[in-house]
Design a protein around this ligand. Structure first.
Ligand code: PHE
Length: 454
């Protein structure tokens, strides 16, 4: 069989548009709205934001193109795709490590993602009951503190989140994924605009903008640069096979470059809007910008509690955030689920249950890291922080480099050109230089710099 005629066993997107929606659904999630603001706060603001944007543009876009092209050419799970492509390029099967590391990273990320997804679920309920009406920053912070201090509540919400995730995954690619994203993502976007509108009324909007966008390089350290790079990979869902597997469902005539740019722009816009909504509230209420993973749960309730119609907006906002979290969760576990199906001939249901239970169990470590294990530190980090560091800052960037090297050096130009369909030779060469040299070297420099070797 001619390799470019290979079809995915797991279905194909009905159109280019559904692929964009699904890939945007995978990219836009808690990473944009929950993680981007708190990392920005912890890493001093604008310089972090600038490095993040540079990483998205110079590393994220070319690497996403590389990842989609590998997926579309291999048309299988990341592990099998790499096996097939290694054969095609006559190189060692060791390249399957990309697939393995990505599949494991996806499961590890989902294990904590589910805990935060659980917080979102809990906050829908809290918003509906109206407890945030008239809330002060202090009240929102103490409500959050009490909530995460309770191991049993976090256990409950994490479990509920995972059970529903498994149910969606068991429904299959077309049924489970395509429907949800179409209407809900645009609505989330509009609600974020409403939130930014509220922040404009706080009197601290200018201060929020300055914090995000007036570069202050004195705040830049090796570890904040690494965090910014890791966040670019995390937010675009790169380096772990999600985009590869979504790419494997992409129809042959879709332009990978335009699609990628659209996804990256949408993803970055959502993150920046979230930052613009949150930081003015932080400053207006004397909250700590660097307060960590609880940041949005400590700030947004203040906005909802004090705006007209806040109860409705609040419940709706957390509901949409939840949907965004689910479309990402599904993509995090998809490599493992499809691998179980391809390798052991399991039914989708069984594969979803096995993957879900393993992920859920691992997630308990994160549940406890906010309460029972709060004082347990590994290299100065809690279990959650360590897991996040290993996955976002090490596994994804290293996976991304391997993908870049494979696509840039090992695949023939004939094959990459055929998949990418870039008519303009200059653009093709630019892409090639970025994946061959710039991306690998940049990732190494940032990593070495962060561990103090540069
Ligand atoms: N990009 C998602 C987010 O920002 C998280 C994610 C990472 C999803 C890696 C899939 C793969 O929330």
């Amino acid at each position: 069989m001619n390799i470019s005629d290979r079809q995915s066993q797991h279905g194909q997107w009905s159109s280019r548009w559904t692929f964009i929606l699904a890939a945007t659904g995978a990219a836009v999630g808690l990473g944009n709205i929950w993680k981007f603001p708190y990392l920005t706060g912890q890493n001093g603001g604008s310089a972090f934001v600038l490095i993040y944007i540079i990483c998205v543009a110079a590393l994220g876009i070319p690497l996403m193109m590389a990842e989609i092209l590998l997926g579309r050419r291999g048309r299988a799970t990341p592990i099998h795709t790499m096996k097939v492509l290694a054969e095609e390029t006559n190189t060692t099967q060791w390249w399957q490590i990309i697939g393995w590391s990505g599949t494991i990273a996806g499961m590890l990320i989902l294990s904590y993602y589910s805990v935060i997804g659980g917080w979102t679920l809990a906050y829908i309920v809290k918003s509906i009951t109206g407890i945030f009406s008239g809330a002060t920053g202090e009240f929102a912070a103490s409500t959050f503190g009490t909530f995460v201090g309770s191991a049993s509540s976090l256990f409950f919400w994490h479990t509920l989140f995972m059970v529903i995730t498994m149910a969606i995954v068991a429904g299959g690619v077309q049924g489970g994924l395509e429907k949800a994203v179409q209407f809900l993502m645009p609505t989330l976007f509009v609600l974020l605009l409403v939130m930014v509108g509220y922040s404009m009324t706080t009197g601290y909007f200018g201060k929020g903008l300055a914090f995000l966008f007036t570069p202050d390089f004195s705040k830049l350290t090796g570890s904040s640069m690494l965090a910014a790079m890791g966040q670019a990979f995390f937010s675009l869902s790169l380096g772990m096979g999600t985009i590869m597997i979504y790419g494997s469902y992409v129809p042959k005539d879709t332009s990978i470059a335009t699609t990628t740019i659209a996804i990256a722009l949408a993803d970055t816009a959502v993150a920046l809007l979230a930052g613009m909504a949150i930081f003015p509230i932080v400053f207006a209420n004397n909250l700590e910008a660097s307060s960590g993973p609880g940041l949005i749960f400590q700030t947004l309730p203040v906005a909802f509690g004090n705006m007209t119609g806040g109860m409705i907006f609040g419940s709706l906002f957390f509901t949409l955030l939840l949907v965004a979290a689910w479309t990402s969760s599904i993509s995090l576990i998809e490599p493992l689920v499809t691998w179980l199906i391809e390798t052991f001939g399991m039914s989708r249901l069984k594969a979803a249950i096995y993957s879900g239970v393993a992920t859920w169990l691992f997630g308990l470590g994160t549940v406890w890291s906010f309460n029972l294990w709060a004082d347990l530190k590994f290299f100065g980090l809690t279990f959650f922080d360590l897991l996040d560091f290993i996955t976002s800052n090490l596994m994804l960037p290293l996976g991304g480099i391997l993908i870049a090297l494979f696509a840039g050096w090992l695949m023939s130009a004939e094959h990459t050109k055929a998949e990418l369909h870039i008519a303009n030779p200059l653009l093709y060469t630019t892409w090639q230089i970025l994946v061959r040299y710039i991306a690998p070297v940049a990732v190494f420099i940032v990593l070495l710099n962060a561990i103090g070797l540069l």
